[in-house]
Design a protein. Structure first.
Length: 93
């Protein structure tokens, strides 16, 4: 009876060590996946933030260059100019 209990305890210890090793690997994998997901989130959010900051001035300068081609005058309040001014403008047809 004692031999059987000793054998079962040794087998239990061996299986526990295997489970512990697998648990450590899983924890490392989950930590790595968190870092990768944060990196992907950064890749999505960073261009959006940069476009909100830098795109309106670039579009305004581009729009100013092509005012004559589009047939707009400097003081006109068109729908496009209203969008550049923060969404307020004459949007009626």
């Amino acid at each position: 009876m004692d031999e059987e209990i000793k054998r079962i305890l040794e087998q239990n210890l061996k299986l526990t060590e295997e489970i512990y090793a697998m648990t450590k690997k899983i924890k490392k994998y989950l930590a790595f996946q968190r870092l990768v997901s944060l990196f992907y989130l950064f890749l999505i959010i960073a261009p959006i933030i940069l476009s909100i900051i830098y795109l309106p001035p670039l579009l305004n300068s581009l729009f100013d260059q092509y005012k004559d081609v589009l047939g707009l005058q400097a003081g006109s309040s068109s729908a496009i100019q209203g969008l550049f001014n923060g969404g307020v403008g004459n949007f009626d047809k």
